[in-house]
Design a protein around this ligand. Structure first.
Ligand code: HEC
Ligand code: HEC
Length: 348
C-alpha cells in the first residue's frame, strides 16, 4: 500500500501548511484586532486604552535598555519619546471621554428639524450642498479641492448612512471624531471647522442639525450611494468607471498619500478586513491617513457589498463551479478505482 502512504504524507503536509503555517503567517502579517464595534463610544475608549497599554510597555522596554547603559544619549532620547507617547495616548483617552460624554448628552435631547434647517444654512451650507433640497455647495469640486484638498461631500444622504451619535460628535469636534487629531490640530486645522453654536444652547443646536439631516435623508439608499456619500471624495473605483471628483494632486497634499483605487481591494483584503478597517482604520493600521467615517453597521456592510460586486462579481459562480468540480473528481476517482480493480483482477 505504498500509494496510500504517499497520499497520507501528502495530506499531512498539506494540512500542516493549511491549518498551522498559513494562519500563523496571517497573524504575523496582520495582527488580530478586536472585532468591528459599531458602538463608536466603546470602540474609541477601548482602543485608546489598548494604545495606552502598548505605549507603557514600550516605555518600560526603553527604560530597561537605558538601565544597561545610562550614558547612551540615543537611549535617553528613546525614553523621553516613549514618555511623550504615553502622555499623548492618555490625552487621547480623556479627549474621547469628553467627546462621547457630550455626544450622549446631545443624543438624550429631542432635536427640532425645522430649527435644524435654519442652523444648517448658517453653519454648514457655506461648505456643504444638499442636492436633494436643491441646495448646491458654493464650492464646485475643483474649487473645493484647491481650498480644502478634498471635494466637500454633499450631505443629502448623511442622515441615513452615518451613525447618529457619530454625527453629533463630528459636528462638535470633527478632527477627534474622524480620528485625525494627531495630524490636524490648532497649527494645522482640519478644513471642516468645529461648530461652536449660534448663541442658543450648543447641545440643543447640534441635536437640531442632526434631526434635520435625518429628516431629509431617504432611508432607501443603494450600496453604490453609500459609497458615493462616504468614500468617493477620496477613492476611485475604476472597474465601475466611478471616479472621485477631487483633484488628485490636491488630495495627495491633503492626505499625505494617494488613497488607493478600491476596484479589487476585496480580493486582496477580504470582506472581514474591509469591515474592520472601515469601522476603525486606526485599529488596523495605526497612524493611517484614512479617517474613520462613522457609518452604521448596515451601511458598512453595504459598502463592502458594493466592493464585492465590483471586484469579485464571479464569486458565487466560482463557488458553484468549485463544488461541481469536486463532485466530478470524486466520481472520476471512484470509476478509476473500479476500473483498476477490474483490470488487475485477472492478473492476480
Ligand atoms: C469650512 C467648511 C466646512 C463647514 C463649515 C462644515 N464642513 Fe463638514 N466637511 C467639510 C470638509 C472639507 C469635509 C471632508 C473632510 C475630509 O474628508 O477629510 C467635511 C465632511 C463632513 C461630513 C462627512 C464626514 C464623514 O464621516 O465622512 C459630514 C457628515 C459633515 N461634514 C457635516 C457637516 C455639518 C453638519 C456641518 C455644519 C454643522 C459642517 N459639516 C460644516 C467642510 C466643512
Ligand atoms: C478623506 C479621505 C478618505 C475617505 C473619505 C475614505 N478614505 Fe479610504 N483611504 C484614504 C487614504 C488616504 C488611504 C491610504 C491610507 C494610508 O496610506 O495610510 C485609504 C486607504 C483605504 C483602504 C486600504 C487599506 C489597506 O489595507 O491598505 C481601503 C480598503 C479604504 N481606504 C476604504 C475606504 C472606504 C470603503 C471608504 C468609505 C467608507 C473610505 N476608504 C473613505 C482616504 C480616505
Amino acid at each position: 500500500m505504498k500509494e496510500l502512504k504517499i497520499l497520507a504524507i501528502l495530506a499531512l503536509f498539506t494540512l500542516i501548511t493549511y491549518i498551522g503555517i498559513e494562519p500563523f503567517a496571517h497573524t504575523q502579517m496582520s495582527p488580530a484586532v478586536a472585532d468591528a464595534n459599531f458602538n463608536y463610544e466603546q470602540e474609541d475608549i477601548n482602543l485608546a486604552k489598548v494604545r495606552i497599554e502598548e505605549a507603557k510597555a514600550a516605555l518600560k522596554k526603553a527604560e530597561d535598555n537605558l538601565a544597561k547603559n545610562r550614558a547612551d544619549e540615543d537611549l535617553q532620547n528613546a525614553v523621553e519619546n516613549a514618555k511623550q507617547e504615553v502622555e499623548t495616548r492618555e490625552n487621547d483617552l480623556s479627549a474621547y471621554g469628553e467627546l462621547w460624554t457630550q455626544a450622549n448628552e446631545i443624543a438624550a435631547l429631542e432635536g427640532n428639524a425645522e430649527n435644524g434647517a435654519e442652523l444648517f444654512i448658517m453653519a454648514c451650507a457655506s461648505c456643504h450642498g444638499l442636492s436633494s433640497q436643491g441646495m448646491e455647495s458654493p464650492f464646485d469640486a475643483a474649487l473645493s479641492s484647491e481650498a480644502y484638498g478634498v471635494a466637500v461631500p454633499d450631505l443629502s444622504l448623511s442622515g441615513a448612512v452615518y451613525d447618529k451619535k457619530f454625527l453629533s460628535a463630528l459636528i462638535i469636534n470633527p478632527a477627534q471624531a474622524l480620528k485625525v487629531s494627531k495630524k490636524f490640530n490648532d497649527e494645522n486645522p482640519l478644513p471642516m471647522t468645529p461648530f461652536f453654536g449660534m448663541g442658543e444652547d450648543l447641545n440643543q443646536e447640534v441635536a437640531d442639525i442632526v434631526a434635520y439631516l435625518q429628516s431629509i435623508a431617504s432611508q432607501d439608499v443603494s450600496d453604490k450611494e453609500v459609497f458615493e456619500t462616504a468614500c468617493l471624495r477620496c477613492h476611485d473605483v475604476k472597474y465601475d468607471a466611478f471616479y472621485s471628483p477631487t483633484e488628485k494632486a490636491a488630495l495627495k497634499g491633503y492626505m499625505g498619500s494617494n488613497p488607493p483605487d478600491l476596484s479589487i481591494m476585496i480580493r486582496s483584503r477580504g470582506a472581514e478586513y474591509l469591515e474592520n478597517f472601515i469601522n476603525d482604520p486606526q485599529k488596523k493600521l495605526d497612524g493611517t491617513a484614512m479617517p474613520r467615517v462613522g457609518l452604521t453597521k448596515e451601511r458598512t456592510e453595504q459598502v463592502v457589498n458594493y466592493l464585492e460586486n465590483i471586484g469579485d462579481s464571479k464569486k458565487d459562480e466560482r463557488t458553484v463551479v468549485g463544488i461541481g468540480m469536486i463532485i466530478f473528481f470524486a466520481l472520476m476517482a471512484f470509476f478509476a478505482y473500479m476500473w483498476k480493480e477490474e483490470v488487475w483482477k485477472e492478473l492476480h
